[in-house]
Design a protein around this ligand. Structure first.
Ligand SMILES: [Zn+2]
Length: 100
């Protein structure tokens, strides 16, 4: 629980000063990626295979060209970076998903 505007607790349970909030956002993202990579990893070849299998188009809208990697289970929810958790999407579907 945050104690006030000056301090709050990061996801490791450590106190972080309010002024480091921007740092914490970056840290959280990087940390989520480290967790994801410890659960699974994928190679560029696997990724290209996935794009080829999808016919080079976004698997969500089926229209636009593949521009981004989407994690099916988000990294923020403990998703893996393994190929089975990745789908090829276009930029607009990717950002639409992020805004949910
Ligand atoms: Zn799309």
């Amino acid at each position: 629980m945050p104690l006030g505007p000056e301090a709050f607790v990061d996801h490791h349970g450590m106190f972080v000063e309010y002024k480091y909030r921007a740092y914490l956002t970056r840290h959280r993202r990087r940390c989520a990626m480290n967790v994801a990579r410890s659960l699974g990893r994928h190679t560029k070849t696997e990724w290209l295979g996935l794009v080829t299998a999808a016919g080079g188009v976004c698997v969500l809208c089926g229209v636009a060209a593949v521009e981004a990697k989407d994690h099916i289970v988000p990294l923020s929810r403990g998703g893996s970076d393994g190929i089975s958790n990745i789908q090829p999407v276009c930029q607009s579907c990717n950002s639409r998903k992020g805004n949910r």
